[in-house]
Design a protein around this ligand. Structure first.
Ligand SMILES: C[S@@+](CC[C@H](N)C(=O)[O-])C[C@H]1O[C@@H](n2cnc3c(N)ncnc32)[C@H](O)[C@@H]1O
Length: 218
C-alpha cells in the first residue's frame, strides 16, 4: 500500500450514492428557487481556468469536456466567454438533469450533457482538445473500494478521451503539485501551475488548492 492510501480516509464524498443524493436535493432546490447549488472551489476557480484558455488563445470552437460537471456552472461560464463546443459528463443522473435544466434557463441548448462514468467512458467520448476536472479526481480518490486501481483507471480514461497533444486542466484540494505529477507523468507532461490563493500559517505559506495544466504526450 502506498503512502497516499494510508493518508486518505475513504469518505462518502467518494461514493455515487452521496452525489446522487446531493444532486437530487439540488435539483429540487433549483425547481423551487432557481438556485444552481455549490460552485466547488468558488468563482475564482472558474475565472482562473478561463483566463488560461484565453491567454493561450485557444480557439473558441475547441472541443472541451468538463469531467464530473455537477451542476454545469463552469460550462455556463465557458459559454458566456464565447466557447461553443462544450460537453459535460457526470455519473450522477440527477447532476445531468440539473445541469440540463440550468442550460435551458441560461438559453444554452448547444451545450451537450450526458451521463458517463469517467472510469468506464463510452466509445463515443473521445477526441477532446481540452478536458477540465474541478474536484472530480479528488472525489474518485475518496472512494472506499480499490482506490489505487481507480486512480490508474482515471489516468487511462483521460488518455483515451483526450486527443494526442490535448490539454488537461485539473484543480484539486487533496493533492499537491508533486503528487499529481507523480500520478499523471507517465502519459502527461506538466505545462504550467496556475496560481491559487495562498494562506500563511506558522511563518510558512502554502496553497489549499492546486491547479495544473498537463499536456497529453503524443
Ligand atoms: C466535487 S464535485 C465537483 C463538481 C463540479 N466539477 C464543480 O466544480 O462544481 C465532484 C463531481 O464528480 C462527479 N463524479 C465523481 N466520480 C465520477 C465518475 N467516476 N464519473 C463521472 N463523474 C464523477 C460527482 O458526481 C460530482 O459531480
Amino acid at each position: 500500500m502506498d503512502e497516499r492510501e494510508e493518508e486518505f480516509e475513504p469518505s462518502v464524498l467518494g461514493t455515487k450514492e452521496h452525489w446522487d443524493t446531493a444532486y437530487e436535493r439540488d435539483l429540487q432546490n433549483f425547481k423551487e428557487n432557481g438556485t444552481a447549488g455549490e460552485i466547488w472551489f468558488g468563482e475564482e476557480s472558474m475565472t482562473r481556468l478561463i483566463r488560461w484558455l484565453k491567454k493561450q488563445k485557444m480557439p473558441l470552437d475547441s472541443s472541451v469536456l468538463d469531467i464530473g460537471t455537477g451542476n454545469g456552472v463552469l460550462l455556463v461560464e465557458l459559454a458566456k466567454s464565447g466557447y461553443t463546443n462544450l460537453t459535460g459528463v457526470d455519473y450522477s443522473v440527477s447532476a445531468v438533469q440539473l445541469s440540463k435544466n440550468i442550460m435551458e434557463k441560461e438559453g444554452l441548448p448547444h451545450v451537450k450533457l450526458q451521463v458517463e462514468d469517467i472510469l468506464n467512458p463510452s466509445d463515443g467520448l473521445s477526441g477532446f482538445q481540452i478536458c477540465i476536472d474541478k474536484g472530480t479526481f479528488d472525489a474518485i480518490c475518496l472512494n472506499p473500494d480499490n482506490v489505487a486501481e481507480k486512480r490508474k483507471q482515471y489516468v487511462k480514461s483521460l488518455h483515451r478521451v483526450l486527443r494526442p497533444g490535448g490539454f488537461l486542466l485539473i484543480t484539486s484540494c487533496n493533492w499537491t503539485k508533486g503528487e499529481l505529477l507523480k500520478e499523471f507523468r507517465e502519459r502527461f507532461l506538466l505545462l504550467e501551475e496556475l496560481p491559487t490563493p495562498t494562506f500563511c500559517f506558522g511563518g510558512k505559506s502554502g496553497s489549499s488548492v492546486t491547479a495544473l495544466v498537463f499536456q497529453q504526450k503524443e
